[in-house]
Ligand binder design. Structure first.
Ligand code: ADE
Ligand code: ZN
Length: 330
C-alpha cells in the first residue's frame, strides 16, 4: 500500500465516486436515474468494456464547472497520496465534455488547478495526458487537438481510449503526427479487448512510447519479444481486466507470466471508482491473488518510475527510484 509508486494509467473521470457524483448532480441540477449512491453502486456490474463505458459517460455529465473538475482531481490526488503514489500521469477525455457543451478550457483549467497544487498539498507530482475517443472520428480528434493548443503548457502527452474493437490505431495517424509536431508525447490503449495487431499498429503507425494495457500481446510471442527487446512499458490494470471480463478471475491474470517474460510491466487502477480499488489496493490484490512477493512488487514500483515521462527531470526520477529501493515492507 505505501510502497512509493507512479500511476501511469488513470482516467480522471473514472475516479468519480458515487458520493461526489450525487453532490455535483445536486449542485448542477443534473438528474441522475438512480435514487441514491447505494442504488448507483448496484449498476457497477459490467459484461465488457462497452457496458462500463455506457455508465462512465452517463455519470460524468454531472461535471460542468471548472470547480467540479478541480474537486474531482483533488479528491483523486488525496486518495492516491494515501496509497503511496508519488507521481501520477493522468488521462482525461475532453471530447466527452465538449460534446455536451462544456468548454475544453473549463476542463483543462479545472484539472490544472488541482494538479498544480498537488505537489505541495499531496506530495504527488503530476502530468496530464489528453485522450482522444477512438469511437469518434479522426476529424473530431484533430479538432480537439487544435482546441487544446492554448493549454498545451498543461499537457504532456496524447492518448487513445474508449471502445477499442473496430477502431484500430491507424485511424489516428495524422492526429498523432500533429501532436508530436507540437512536442507532445504519445501513448495509446491497445490490446485491452483488441487483438495484438492493434498493439503493433500503435507502435508502428502512431509511434507510441508506452502501451496502455497491452494485455493481449501474450497471444503473439514475436510481439512479446519485440516489446521486451525495446523495453516498451505496458500499463496493466488487473482489477479493470477482471471487472470488464478480459480475465476471468484475478488469480488467472497473466501479470506473473508477463513479468517472467521480461516485459516492462506496471500496475495501475484505470477507473478506480468503478473497478473496486485505487492503485495501492491493486498492489495488495495482486500480492494476495497472484502471490507476487515483495521483490516483485518492488520491481513493479521501480518499473512505474522508469516508464514515467520524467526525462526532463532525471533528478526527480532518481529520487523516486531511491525511495523504492529504500522502502522497508512492514
Ligand atoms: N476509458 C476509461 N476507461 C477505459 C478503458 N479501460 N479502456 C478504454 N477506454 C477507457
Ligand atoms: Zn484505460
Amino acid at each position: 500500500m505505501h510502497l512509493p509508486k507512479a500511476e501511469l494509467h488513470l482516467h480522471i473521470e473514472g475516479t468519480l465516486e458515487p458520493e461526489l457524483a450525487f453532490t455535483l448532480a445536486a449542485r448542477n441540477g443534473v438528474e441522475l436515474p438512480y435514487a441514491d449512491t447505494e442504488q448507483l453502486r448496484t449498476a457497477y456490474l459490467f459484461d465488457d468494456l462497452q457496458s462500463f463505458l455506457d455508465l462512465y459517460y452517463a455519470l460524468m455529465t454531472v461535471l460542468r464547472t471548472e470547480d467540479d473538475f478541480t474537486e474531482l482531481a483533488d479528491a483523486y490526488l488525496a486518495r492516491a497520496a494515501a496509497q503511496g503514489v508519488r507521481h501520477a500521469e493522468i488521462f482525461f477525455d475532453p471530447q466527452a465534455h465538449t460534446a455536451r457543451g462544456v468548454e475544453i478550457g473549463t476542463v483543462i483549467e479545472g484539472l490544472g488547478r488541482a494538479l498544480e497544487a498537488s505537489e505541495e498539498k499531496h506530495g504527488v507530482s503530476t502530468q496530464l495526458i489528453m485522450c482522444f475517443l477512438r469511437d469518434e472520428s479522426a476529424e473530431s480528434a484533430l479538432a480537439t487537438l487544435r482546441a487544446a493548443e492554448p493549454y498545451l503548457h498543461r499537457i504532456s502527452a496524447v492518448g487513445l481510449d474508449s471502445a477499442e474493437v473496430g477502431h484500430p490505431p491507424a485511424k489516428f495517424r495524422e492526429v498523432y503526427e500533429a501532436a508530436a509536431a507540437l512536442g507532445l508525447r504519445k501513448v495509446a490503449h491497445a490490446g485491452e479487448e483488441g487483438p495484438p495487431a492493434y498493439i503493433r499498429e500503435a507502435l508502428d503507425v502512431l509511434g507510441v512510447e508506452r502501451v496502455d494495457h497491452g494485455l493481449r500481446c501474450m497471444e503473439d510471442p514475436e510481439l512479446v519479444a519485440r516489446l521486451v527487446a525495446d523495453r516498451v512499458p505496458l500499463t496493466l490494470c488487473p482489477l479493470s481486466n477482471v471487472r470488464l471480463r478480459a480475465v476471468g478471475v484475478l488469480e488467472e491474470h497473466p501479470l506473473p507470466a508477463m513479468m517472467d517474460a521480461g516485459l516492462l510491466c506496471t500496475v495501475n487502477s484505470d477507473d478506480p471508482a468503478y473497478f473496486g480499488g485505487y492503485v495501492g489496493d491493486t498492489f495488495h490484490a495482486v500480492h494476495e491473488a497472484l502471490g507476487l512477493d515483495r521483490e516483485q512488487l518492488r520491481t513493479l514500483a521501480r518499473n512505474s518510475f522508469e516508464a514515467a515521462f520524467l526525462d526532463h527531470d532525471e533528478e526527480r526520477r532518481a529520487r523516486y527510484l531511491a525511495e523504492v529501493e529504500a522502502y522497508e515492507f512492514d
